[in-house]
Write a protein that binds this ligand. Structure first.
Ligand code: SF4
Ligand code: SF4
Length: 339
């Protein structure tokens, strides 16, 4: 049941897309089947050249014009996301293998996830050097950031809608791109909508998934991590991130900082910790940075709040990503670090 002009009743039971989204995020269940590869596709002269510009323009176009990039009641018609940032990682970039030791052995390389897609389509698995990751950052709208910056306990209504509708939008438009590529005979896959995508507690890193969009964004040179573990880009840390893998050679278009904390004031020795002050659960401290488990407990509790007050099935928080110096830009004193 979709409500266009009023709130849902009993969203705990009736917001099916929210319930499906939560199950998918935790267990990798309930996603649509992957599109099939058209292995016999014959290119025609008016086919677009599938290069870096094509991906940049296509993603920008989706975010500017797609009807699913829209809030619902009582904010119907408002855009969820502003103009994105887009970057590329080569499939054989050594950092992708290093993530196995940094994040954990469960984290997929593009080659591993693409092998699954190739086997499903009865074609040979591509080599790592023939793959690329397309990574994108979708900045959250000004009005939503302002709403969240103004609250102190639970996520604002716009933020909660952004968590749910923004994720559904992201999955929708990437599926459209993946379907279009597969239809043109190019293997492509969005790892977070496959049955292999399930979140677990891992001894090394706590709660984690086998495909980290934020680590792909770091590899693509789109930003670095903050004390709050959010990902700080030239458009700030209040955004949604996504990525997908394609069987094409795309050239990296951004320089990756060596320091994974290059854009965080506190990590760079400048007093800040504004994110810690914003956290209602004291999950961020100067000594230990972001405590994932404490954060997780708080975020899980917000499910009840969002259902009761906003009538959608979602959890979220993001207080530490709004009303802070890294919300919408690289903090000014560090902008020289961004090359
Ligand atoms: S608020 Fe300050 S300390 Fe926290 S992540 Fe942003 S720059 Fe770093
Ligand atoms: S998301 Fe919320 S609970 Fe988690 S660290 Fe940020 S402010 Fe704290």
């Amino acid at each position: 049941m979709k409500k266009k002009d009023g709130y849902r009743k009993y969203s705990f039971l009736t917001d099916i897309r929210g319930i499906k989204n939560a199950i998918g995020e935790m267990r990798g269940w309930g996603y649509q089947k992957q599109p099939k590869l058209n292995a016999n596709y014959i290119r025609s002269h008016d086919d677009p050249v599938l290069n870096e510009d094509w991906f940049i323009n296509t993603i920008k176009e989706k975010i500017a014009t797609h009807p699913a990039n829209t809030m619902e009641y009582p904010f119907a018609g408002e855009k969820i996301f502003d103009e994105p940032l887009i970057g590329f990682v080569r499939g054989d970039d050594p950092i992708l293998q290093q993530y196995k030791s940094i994040i954990g052995p469960h984290h997929f390389t593009p080659k591993e996830i693409m092998r699954w897609q190739a086997e499903n389509n009865g074609v040979p698995a591509p080599k790592a050097q023939d793959l690329s990751v397309v990574s994108y950052i979708m900045p959250i709208s000004r009005i939503t950031k302002d709403d969240n910056a103004a609250i102190k306990e639970w996520p604002s209504e716009r933020w909660a809608q952004t968590r749910l509708l923004g994720e559904i939008f992201s999955q929708t438009f990437v599926r459209e791109i993946v379907t279009s590529l597969m239809g043109r005979g190019v293997l492509a896959i969005s790892p977070d909508v496959t049955p292999m995508f399930n979140k677990k507690r891992y001894p090394q890193v706590g709660w984690a998934s086998p495909w980290s969009h934020r680590h792909m964004a770091y590899a693509a040179g789109l930003g670095t991590f903050g004390m709050h573990d959010f990902f700080i880009t030239e458009k700030g840390c209040a955004h949604r991130t996504g990525s997908f893998v394609v069987n094409l050679k795309l050239a990296p278009n951004r320089k990756r900082p060596d320091d994974i904390h290059a854009y965080c004031l506190q990590y760079q020795g400048k007093q800040c910790l504004q994110c810690a002050k914003r956290c209602p659960a004291n999950a961020i401290t100067a000594e230990k940075a972001h405590n994932k488990e404490t954060c997780y407990q708080r975020v899980a509790k917000s499910l009840m709040y969002c259902n009761k007050n906003y009538h959608i099935f979602i959890y979220g928080c993001g207080l530490c990503a709004t009303g802070v110096p890294c919300e919408s830009e690289i903090p000014k004193p560090l902008q020289k670090n961004s090359g």
